[in-house]
Design a protein around this ligand. Sequence first.
Ligand code: ATP
Ligand code: MG
Length: 683
Amino acid sequence: MISLSGLNDKQREAAETVEGPVLILAGAGSGKTRTLTYRIANMVDNLGLPSDQILGVSFTNKAAKEMRERVITLLGSRKARKIALLTFHSLGVRILKKEIDKLGYHLNFSIYDQSDQISIVREALKHYHADKKFDTKDVQSKISFLKNAGITEDDYADSHHFNPEDPYSHATEYAYRYYQEKLKFFNAIDFDDILFLTLKLFRNNPDVAKAYSEKYQYIMIDEYQDTNTLQFELVRHLTVTHNNLCVVGDDDQSIYGFRGADITNILEFEKTFPGAKVVKLEENYRSVSSILDLANHVIKENKKRRDKTLWSQKKSDHIPLLWAMANMEHEAEVIVEEVVRHQGNGGHLGDIAILYRSNTQAPPIEDQLRLSQVPYTIIGGQKFYDKKEVKDLMSYLFVILNPNDQMAIRRILNIPHRGIGNVTLEKYLAKSAEDNIPLFEALEKYPGIDPQRSAGIVKFVELIRKYKQVFKTYPLAQSISTLIEEIDYLNFIDKQYDNAKQVERRRKDVMYFIESSERFTNYYKENADLKTFCERLLLQDSQDKEELNDGEDHDVRKNEVTLMTLHSSKGLEFDTVFLVGVEEETLPHKKTITQGEDISEERRLCYVGITRAQARLIMTYCKQRKLFGKDMPRFKSRFLNELKNKDLYREQDRTTFGHLTEEEATDYKKSFFSNLLGSLDEE
Ligand code: ATP
Ligand code: MG
């Protein structure tokens, strides 16, 4: 028997009501997810309900995994095995794997990722002769948006999203059709299709929907405030034969409006499912009261919301901090310094999260962590060192360091174009096998295998030889910049991509790479050589591979710092949270400000970030940021500035005295002078 004594009265009431609709509407950290897990354990262990009839849906993979771990802790893995604890998407894949043939696909379909999607859209736009005019990524996002709104390629032209006056709408319509046809031809689906096609399946085959509704008799949905129209409709189909549906959520944490999430799903739950039991939770068990106070005051400024009272019994001396930093580099340095201090005091790195509004804020922090040899992991989002441009440049460095690195040579031999195609490469590979010499030696020895290609080969070999010397003679960062200039890599990017936006993105990554080598050079000074730099890059790489091999079922948090966007942090909690860039034009994001959009979703994001912290919250902003090569002044976020009560957080200027806070600086000065006086005394 599972005891429900780990729940308060209201939570227990929700956990014990297993028949009929239930809505748990409550603020962050009030135990919504905990209630769901106990509810599941109660059903299986105390009520003896068949575990394979239970379906629990979370929003992200990480959240689903955490939910599974919590259920296993309560029930043990044997009893928990058959419970379906999934995300909407993994549920969709499960269903499509059995049923997609009813939509004319084969059951062994593949799932395309974003790079596949983009290349098909690019192809479509080329066909339409619009690839120079429109951004491929924009069109692809638009298609994705339409799918998430449940609008098919046939419906698009009749929808209010279509503007007959606008060439962009027409190009999108063409691309959307082309794209769907191509995918079906390849027997592939994309990420958005998972729900889109599952719904189509249910709509076209009510008997199939009915069968799944009978299969899953008890359904629970976490983070319900972020369900979109598609997901809502799926839920309706899954509950056609019963109404045992328990949803939990918080309207203040609705942060996926930009992806079509519809907050009315939760606000009108009682209308859709009449007779629903509504449970409100008010005690927050996660955060100390000072952090919660700040969160409550920040979110209060939103006009349209259900007012809630959320309180915490946890008292602490900690007051949330706001650190003003000089610039992004300084910000990264000070944060990592603090992380290292925590580690030095015996603290666990798994207790720390560094949260930011957008992935572009990560590289300087990643760099600094790497320099200080602090293990970290990035949730969602691509690690900077996985990007194509960065990998190209890394490969150059690898070849210069070690001309025998065959994989790296193959990657860059024709980047930028030297007219050396696969046919020529094959010939050299054959030659290197025949003579039993490394590929690079084959290139050196036989420049004329393909007479027309020989100029390119000679140039490549000479370039590598030359830079071996350059890197020995000049500082690392300078050598890298010169190399990038010499191979005219930026120009290569310009030619590779269709439009200004993409070019700008890639160019930025190259710039980040140079900056990162500068940071490395500043840090290691005369020891900053190519070998050490490459070793660092490789080390990072092998850490990532280990991550991939990670077993499914380990539930101990690893001893590494977690980096992620505010969006990915939903539902999670950490002892210490760094909320980076609480700054105008970062949070709220520039896009929302300049487009005059409603910033309440940005404020909710800020609220989500603050409420991830259990014991310690450190927010930061930069006083200056480099924009278009110029240092521009920056200001702290309106979300803090608009608060009337200035005691909710403490602002500390970290720029004035090196990296010391004002208090530390005063202490430092005091001890400095007393030492000085002491030494004078001795004389
Ligand atoms: P979010 O809105 O951020 O998803 P939530 O409402 O889902 O938050 P939980 O993650 O379930 O909140 O709970 C927050 C923390 O409080 C967890 O560590 C949980 O174990 C703890 N907690 C919740 N309820 C209780 C309780 N009744 N007794 C002790 N601890 C509790
Ligand atoms: Mg939760």
